[in-house]
Design a binder for this molecule. Sequence first.
Ligand code: ATP
Ligand code: MG
Length: 398
Amino acid sequence: MKELIMVKYGEIALKGINKKAFEDMLQSNIKRRLKKKGQFGYERMQSTIYIEPLDEDSDVDEAVKALKKVFGIGAIQKCAVFPKDIEIVKAHLGEYLADALDGAKSFKIEAKRADKTFPLTSPEIQQQLGDAVLDAFPNISVDVHKPDVTVRLEIRDNGAYLSAKRITGAGGMPVGSSGKALLMLSGGIDSPAAGYMMAKRGLVVDCIHYISPPYTSERALTKVQKLCEEMTEYCGDIMFYCVPFTEIQEAIRDHCPEEYFTVIMRRLMVKIANRFCKKDGYGAIITGESLAQVASQTLQALGCTNAAAEYPVFRPLIGMDKIEITDIARKIGTFETSILPYEDCCTVFSPKHPRTKPRLRDVLEAEAAWDFDSMIEKAVAETTVTRYKYGEETVFLE
Ligand code: ATP
Ligand code: MG
């Protein structure tokens, strides 16, 4: 019995004349994710992509696992392919449906006949298969309105496709269909979750991280690199910009009032991000900020940070509690890495009493005390860029 996978679109199904472009992008994202899982053939019909393993070594279950993390997919369904002979389908149906019908009280059959030369009509197929299911599973009954399980049989040119289990997909839009943005990635819990949420809306998410050695350690950097690698599971390949930030932070410490340290630091981070947006074509900056979480995330502080941005700043977590954010981090598999106890450059020289309601006028005045522009130039020039590829493990220092 041959098995294949049906991938049903999520929101893409609602698109109009440009639907094909979204479909193409979804299919090429899927192909990239499945490259290491074996050889697969692809066919597209009626808001569905059919993915067929081309040899014995191509693992359908492994493929399904990877597909669950591909944005743009509404549902994933495995199905068995039979010759177009109702007797053969009936003979094997008990064996194939055992898993899906385990514990179910009711079912219904849905038959579709794309191949009109098939001798039975759809209602006739439904009748015959319904009887076969009742024979094979005596404790189950038919419920056409609210069945526990819907068994589907599609008669197509190449064969008869039988399926039952439907797995909910990751939803959202295909990564890349909305353009690309730069995520300010720290080592914390929040920013990876923010990146996940924006990738879900179709953005390519690349990451920028600021380090302050020797105040921040090699291990702290390794942790962020690991987060980047973990994020590729949902985001696909990620470019990682690593910005040397020590001199800027020392200059803030030496030349600005302590109560403004954090907000000025965040503004300078944003100014550096602006530069890469312009240089490499990012349309927005993403942060993991959540309103009122800490002093630098009050309405006034966010206003001051925003004023430094030359691009839209997306803050998908702005209205979320820490518990909700943590749930996302756990779901996407970044939580355990995020809670490793290494310092972030934000905690270096962090003021005892930060201004919770900074006024932009005062912040700009404090910032004018030093020529930060030339320091930004230097930091940009010294930034290193690495590419993290989906499915490739990076070797990290212990
Ligand atoms: P996170 O859990 O993401 O670290 P946080 O609650 O610790 O967030 P802050 O430290 O105030 O919050 O940082 C707010 C946001 O600023 C982060 O979500 C991230 O987008 C950005 N950020 C902070 N530190 C860095 C850094 N070293 N490199 C890049 N971005 C950073
Ligand atoms: Mg942080």
